[in-house]
Design a protein around this ligand. Structure first.
Ligand code: KDG
Ligand code: MG
Length: 403
């Protein structure tokens, strides 16, 4: 079975997505996601200009060899653009292989290790009453694990807080990124009071998560982890900037709050110290940004040796194709932890027809052969690409800060 064609589709049904469609000479079609929020066209060009010409005529069954050909063959390794492009090829080829086998992908990965995939949803509020309402709304939708993000008095807009009743989508369709203001001391003072109130309202059982979004220094993160211990978090995410693996050593020495990191990582090497020294509890990579199913499987098996579990990144900037690929892994691997799930808009689901389901707090990839997501090209054409940027953060004195 040879690769006969490969097409890169950039579409914007509610937000921007980059999708690779691979066709084989016997008529099978596979999809992969290469969406890189705010830098989409770089991934699209990498695929169109440098990868598609290498794919035509290759044996579609040779997934590992193609992965190595694109990774080692580029000479310039790693990086978000390269790894998103490789991920798209890898997932499209797994989709094709599973379709050729007539099985859902998880069967090729060893079969189901569980009946459903525990998912967490996002609750946020500009103030406490709004946040408590938002937690109740997620519970009503079926979520049994909830990420809690709160506004901070004195700060207008910050990461993770949506306008009342609206879904959160940080990438804005502006010619320039929005600028937000950040104050770490105000955040560190306020957040423990929020978790105290949420625990008082919802009791000790509900698993609660929080995302620091890389904004703290190691000692600040250590202080926050300690302050949150009475509220028994499921995890504290991205507490320090992701580049510095050693930072987590200091945090770990001071707190038993479980730690999760990795949504901006793109290879297993970014986790080497973190996993080997057991400085984290959950790996947060997305299939889309970490080289696809092939690379994620290896990463997860490595993490499993050290009792580190998974928490695949699942915001709306991972397309339904990337989401579905992650769900097949979630179902098959042993060291599954939890899956993030931010449902996409109706427009997105009009373009990406999916077989995965969410019911009673659990996701399932479905039983359709392949990954179970098909792209409707006609529908995709209706939604033209519009440049969109993630916001930037500045301290009160104007210094640029991690967002
Ligand atoms: O594009 C940026 C988002 O993927 C990121 O801000 C979402 O941190 C995030 C999360 O945990 O979902
Ligand atoms: Mg995050």
């Amino acid at each position: 079975m040879r690769i006969a064609g490969a097409d890169v589709i950039v579409t914007s049904p509610g937000r921007n997505f980059v999708t690779l469609e691979i066709t084989t000479d016997d008529g099978l079609v596979g999809y992969g996601d290469a969406t890189l929020n705010g830098r989409e066209l770089a991934a699209a060009s990498y695929l169109r200009d440098h990868v598609v010409p290498l794919l035509i005529g290759r044996d579609a069954h040779k997934i590992e060899d193609t992965w190595q050909y694109l990774y080692r063959g580029a000479y310039w390794r790693r990086g978000p653009v390269t790894m998103a492009a490789i991920a798209a090829v890898d997932v499209a080829l797994w989709d094709i292989k599973a379709k050729a086998a007539g099985m859902p992908l998880y069967q090729l990965l060893g079969g189901a290790s569980r009946t459903g995939i525990r998912a967490y949803g996002h609750a946020s509020g500009r103030d406490l009453p709004e946040l408590l309402d938002s937690v109740r709304a997620r519970q009503a939708e079926g979520f049994r694990s909830i990420r809690v993000q709160s506004g901070v008095p004195g700060l207008e807009t910050i990461y993770g807080i949506s306008a009342r009743g609206k879904d959160y989508e940080p990438a804005g369709r502006h010619p320039l990124p929005n600028e937000e203001t950040w104050d770490t001391r105000a955040y560190l003072r306020h957040l423990p009071t929020v978790f105290e109130a949420v625990r008082n309202e919802f009791g000790p059982e509900l698993p609660l998560l929080h995302d620091c979004h890389h904004r703290l220094t190691p000692i600040q993160a250590a202080k926050l982890g300690k302050a949150l211990e009475p509220y028994d978090l499921f995890w504290l995410e991205d507490c320090t900037p992701a580049e510095n693996q050693e930072a987590l050593r200091l945090v770990r020495e001071h707190t038993t709050t479980p730690l999760a990191i990795g949504e901006v990582f793109n290879t297993a090497f970014d986790y080497q110290t973190l996993i080997r020294e057991q400085l984290i509890d959950y790996v947060r990579s997305a299939v889309t940004h970490t080289g696809g199913v092939t690379a994620m499987r290896k990463l997860f098996d490595y993490a499993g040796l050290y009792q580190v579990k998974t928490g695949i990144h699942g915001p709306t900037d991972i397309s339904p194709v990337g989401m579905a690929a992650g769900l097949h892994l979630d179902l098959a691997i042993h060291n599954f932890g939890i899956q993030e799930f931010m449902p996409h808009s109706a427009e997105t689901y009009e373009v990406f027809r999916r077989s995965y389901t969410f019911e009673d707090g659990y996701l399932h990839p479905g039983e359709t052969p392949g990954i179970g997501v098909e792209l409707d090209k006609k529908a995709a054409e209706k939604f033209e690409y519009e440049p969109a940027y993630l916001p930037v953060n500045r301290l009160r004195d104007g210094t640029l800060h991690d967002w």
